[in-house]
Design a protein around this ligand. Structure first.
Ligand code: ADP
Ligand code: MG
Length: 396
């Protein structure tokens, strides 16, 4: 049995010759129900990937092969979208399946959230827009994901999202509904729970994904899920009654826009005013979701006059900043003491004082020295001693 540095069992080489010939497996990135995801390097190119290794040898994994093949089929249907994980390669043997995906350097959105606790409205907006775009693409192909949660949203090296784990995804025909109970408890939509608890309830469809988006958005903004309760039964009841609130102090600093969006997505049933956007026709619900995010977050519409005024303001600001270079140097105390009139800022003060002293402007070149007003050293134009006294002829 082959074992890696961490003591994890590696698949038997003979059963997976194709994979080992092409890739070098490295450390474990994450684990799923019956899978291990490892970083791996493509030998020929040196490029990094993430290989999801599914063990089929265990008898408890009955049906896993079929489920994995369904996942591969869905991944191929949704391929080519910037916010959906790209399946690069598939290898299968009787004991293992290897799904080789593009590598998401920053791992799960869940782990990122655990590190940062909450995301700003701005970052939440970027993530939600990307998620709704990815979902619009998925729903456009008639597919419902059914397991949207931060653990299944990966982040690439630019922190763009990659929607992954299509293990519960299902292709639906336009009139088809589902009744199967699957997903993750905190993210389950009320209609999905109801059709498993109340006899005769209608099935569910694509809008269950939009409900999960509302739960994700709430969680990203305040770091805790909307319906959570330590007793799971109470949490389920809260979900079915749509009981959540924006009361906690964390919500005080959050604007109405994300709150409105969450309120639109976490709608239990048909509202008195008609159909809620979430429960509107399945394929349209996502498009409405994207439009809402766009509309509510886009800000003010383009206004040419305001844009022009803003441009002029910017030019003025730049000119002022450039002029700052010509701002006088700080006044030197030494120069102020010796020759204050040399300093431009003081010159004006001196002139004003001169005006007050003489009652008129003192002009240069008229034998009057304005600077003399501020001379603070003794003027030596008188005799220092009687011996030096000028002889004044004719004085008595
Ligand atoms: P499962 O279907 O068993 O839940 P996932 O496809 O969700 O398996 O993968 C399990 C975990 O492995 C993910 O939550 C994530 O931490 C990690 N992982 C999966 N794919 C990648 C990838 N492409 N890049 C980086 N990590 C990944
Ligand atoms: Mg998963």
């Amino acid at each position: 049995m082959a074992v890696d540095d961490d003591g994890d069992v590696l698949p038997d080489r003979d059963a997976a010759k194709g994979f080992y010939a092409k890739y070098e497996p490295k450390e474990v990135l994450g684990r799923g129900g019956c899978s291990v995801v490892r970083r791996c390097i493509e030998k020929e190119t040196g490029q990094q990937f993430a290989a999801k290794i599914i063990d089929l040898s265990d008898s408890s994994t009955d049906g896993v092969y079929e489920a994995t093949m369904r996942e591969v089929e869905v991944l191929r249907l949704v391929a080519g979208h910037p916010f959906i994980i790209e399946l690069h390669d598939v290898f299968e043997s009787s004991t293992f399946i290897f799904l080789v995906f593009e590598l998401c350097e920053h791992g799960e959105l869940f782990d990122h959230l655990t590190t940062v606790v909450t995301l700003s409205e701005k970052k939440t907006k970027v993530i939600m827009r990307q998620l709704l775009e990815a979902l619009a693409h998925v729903h456009g192909k008639g597919i419902v994901h059914r397991d949207l949660k931060p653990e299944n949203i990966l982040l690439d090296d630019n922190y763009n999202i990659k929607l992954t784990d299509f293990g519960f995804a299902k292709v639906l025909t336009p009139s088809e509904t589902l009744t199967e109970l699957c997903g993750t408890p905190g993210y389950l939509a009320p209609e999905l729970l109801r059709c498993n608890m109340i006899e005769g309830s209608p099935g569910y469809g694509h809008p269950v994904d939009l409900w999960a988006c509302g739960v994700i958005m709430y969680t990203l903004l305040v770091g805790c899920p909307p319906f959570w309760h330590r007793k799971q039964m109470v949490m389920i009841r809260n979900i079915m009654e749509g009981k959540y609130s924006f009361q906690s102090p964390e919500w005080d600093d959050i604007t109405d826009t994300p709150k409105d969006l969450i309120s639109i997505t976490l709608v239990v049933g048909i509202t008195p005013s008609g159909c809620s956007p979430r429960l509107d026709s399945p394929s349209r619900s996502q498009i409405i979701g994207v439009t809402l995010v766009e509309k509510q977050y886009k800000g003010r519409p383009f206004n040419a006059k305001k844009m022009f005024q803003f441009g002029i303001m910017c030019v003025r600001a730049v000119i002022r900043i450039q002029r700052l270079r010509f701002t006088p140097e700080p006044v030197s105390l030494a120069v102020t003491r010796v020759d204050p009139y040399r300093i431009k800022a003081l010159r004006k003060v001196i002139d004003n004082c001169a005006f007050r002293v003489y009652g008129h402007w003192v002009k240069k070149g008229e034998g009057q020295d304005r600077a003399a007003l501020f001379q603070n050293y003794p003027k030596l134009d008188f005799p220092r001693s009687p011996m030096e006294a000028p002889l004044i002829v004719g004085q008595s």
